[in-house]
Design a protein around this ligand. Structure first.
Ligand code: NAD
Length: 212
């Protein structure tokens, strides 16, 4: 199977912030929310918000806006967040532990069901309630737990070796927090995260505002 070409990446990246605002408005008891209100909250143009929401297939009502419950459902369905995904975490260190404890994933259908580490002092313990297993049991556990996603938080030097094991065990997706550009077959999708690129943006914006 060839990898899907994902279009509208900036729109997809904005949808979770929209969802956050829409969820708040539902908690406040509102039935409808307008694209303009969402845009004001996020300092965006209303036309941008309406275009982004259109990719989910939802249609707003003139003067009223979008029905809140249906809008949340449409975004969650588009993102695939209305289905529970079982995930395994490889590397129960600082970052892995922080991710295991991030409660927000629960709202997005991401369930971290097991962690794996090669450090024997961690095996048999748990991080935020997630049990830590020996790396040797990884392939069998992936199959037993029906895990589709692996969250990779091992040192970069071990990233490819672990990836090869994950691929062999039939994982479908890797959320890669290491610095390595992983080699995977076409059937496996990889999303690489890098906090330093966000920090680079912050620094450049700080410098630009100093020189204004
Ligand atoms: P850490 O040393 O605290 O944790 C690494 C864990 O991996 C340890 O528990 C270690 O025992 C385990 N480990 C090592 N080799 C292993 C192997 N072959 N199999 C299974 N487990 C193994 O490190 P950290 O600070 O949590 O960072 C982890 C990774 O995340 C690093 O690659 C780091 O560069 C990366 N990181 C990325 C970002 C980002 O923005 N993407 C931010 C912080 C850290």
């Amino acid at each position: 199977m060839a990898k899907h070409k994902i279009t509208a990446i900036p729109s997809i990246r904005r949808l979770p912030s929209y969802l956050h605002i829409i969820r708040q408005s539902r908690e406040e008891g509102q039935e409808y929310i307008s694209g303009t209100v969402i845009a004001q909250e996020l300092h965006l143009e209303p036309i941008q918000v309406r275009k982004d929401l259109a990719i989910t297939g939802i249609v707003g009502k003139p003067k009223k806006g979008y029905p809140v419950v249906a809008l949340m459902a449409a975004i969650e369905h588009f993102l695939g967040w209305d289905e529970i995904q079982q995930a395994v975490l490889i590397g129960a260190g600082n970052l892995g532990t922080a991710l295991a404890g991030y409660q927000e994933f629960h709202y997005h259908g991401l369930h971290i069901c097991a962690a794996f580490d090669r450090d024997t002092s961690k095996i048999g313990t748990s991080i935020h309630g997630v049990p830590v297993f020996s790396l040797e049991t990884l392939p069998i556990q992936i199959r037993n737990l029906k895990a589709t996603i692996a969250i990779l938080t091992v040192p970069s030097s071990n990233a490819q070796e672990i990836t090869d094991i994950l691929v062999g065990a039939g994982i479908s997706a890797i959320w890669n927090f290491t610095n390595v550009k992983l080699k995977v077959p076409e059937t496996v999708v990889v999303q690489k995260e890098d906090l330093t690129s966000g920090y680079a943006m912050l620094c450049v914006m700080m410098n630009a505002s100093r020189h204004e």
